[in-house]
Ligand binder design. Structure first.
Ligand SMILES: [Zn+2]
Length: 289
């Protein structure tokens, strides 16, 4: 399996800094503060047993849910990002890179920088941006099949409680995003896992988009999971987004930063719901909506 798992040190570092701070503060804290410090820590230990796996297509896609990932890392959840492709075709006017290996190398470094900033583990796979679609059947099928195999292995290894990926809209309709979403869904539905994770699709409420972007939204009623985050989480996500210097200019990040606040500092997700009824007839199946 062509996977490199980079176990970051950031989270461990933050944990020890937090622990050290608590230890240093103990002598000046009252007994009730001591109790709350212990309670906070036990919450943290409890959350430490929880794991999120976030599966995306390109280095920078994780920005979409960045503040939410930062929030859960802050709360002690073990967060792992899977980035499927190398981003070799992400050419921008300002980066000075043309498409190819050098850009792929730069984006690999950027992705590591972003994962470190978020405090997440990273599996950065080696598939090509666009999954070699230009090479036709032989290129594309081998790449997408490999991604499927790798994701199975990663699921076995990580044993996540929660999986997050793209929905049918692929956020921006990008075909790689859709491949990441369907591959993740396929892997989860393919068998009964020892620990069956909850699956969520990140989405943008259609009500927030005008007609030009209408195919990029998900009707609000389906986005029933709405996770608020704090400004400090948005700041961490901004730091992570700035790592992607070949993709985002600082002015764009500022715009994104404002927009996230306008959207109530909330990440919207559609939960995957397993069928709860059976039927022997298409028209007598209980109401789906
Ligand atoms: Zn992307």
């Amino acid at each position: 399996m062509k996977i490199t798992l980079v176990k970051h040190l950031n989270k461990i570092k933050r944990y020890w800094i937090a622990l050290l701070s608590i230890t240093l503060l103990l002598p000046i804290l009252g007994i009730s503060d001591l109790h709350s410090a212990i309670d906070d820590n036990s919450d943290r230990i409890q959350n430490n047993e929880k794991k999120i796996l976030a599966v995306f297509a390109h280095p920078d896609d994780e920005t979409i849910v960045g503040p939410m990932l930062a929030k859960y890392v802050r709360e002690g959840v073990d967060v792992t990002i899977v980035t499927a492709t190398d981003g070799r075709f992400g050419v921008t006017e300002w980066s000075g890179f043309s498409a190819g290996d050098d850009l792929a190398d730069a984006r690999r470094r950027e992705m590591q920088c972003a994962a470190d900033a978020l405090g997440a583990n990273l599996y950065h796979l080696t598939y090509e941006d666009q999954f070699k679609a230009a090479e036709g059947f032989d290129g594309f099928i081998a790449q997408s099949r490999g991604f499927l195999d790798d994701l199975h292995e990663i699921m076995e290894e990580v044993q996540p409680d929660v999986v997050i990926t793209f929905g049918a809209d692929g956020f921006s309709n990008h075909i790689d995003h859709r491949i990441a979403g369907v591959t993740t869904t396929q892997v989860l539905l393919s068998k009964e896992w020892d620990k069956q994770p909850a699956l969520f699709y990140a989405g943008t409420p259609s009500s927030l988009l005008d007609d030009n972007w209408k195919y990029q939204g998900t009707e609000d009623q389906y986005l029933t999971v709405r996770v608020p985050y704090e400004m400090e989480d948005l700041m961490v996500a901004k730091e992570a987004a700035l790592c992607h210097a070949t993709q985002f200019q600082p002015e764009f990040i500022e715009m994104w930063f404002e927009r996230m606040q306008e959207r109530s500092n909330t990440i919207y997700l559609r939960p995957f719901e397993a069928p709860k009824h059976s039927s022997d007839d298409l028209f007598s199946y209980p109401d789906q909506y």
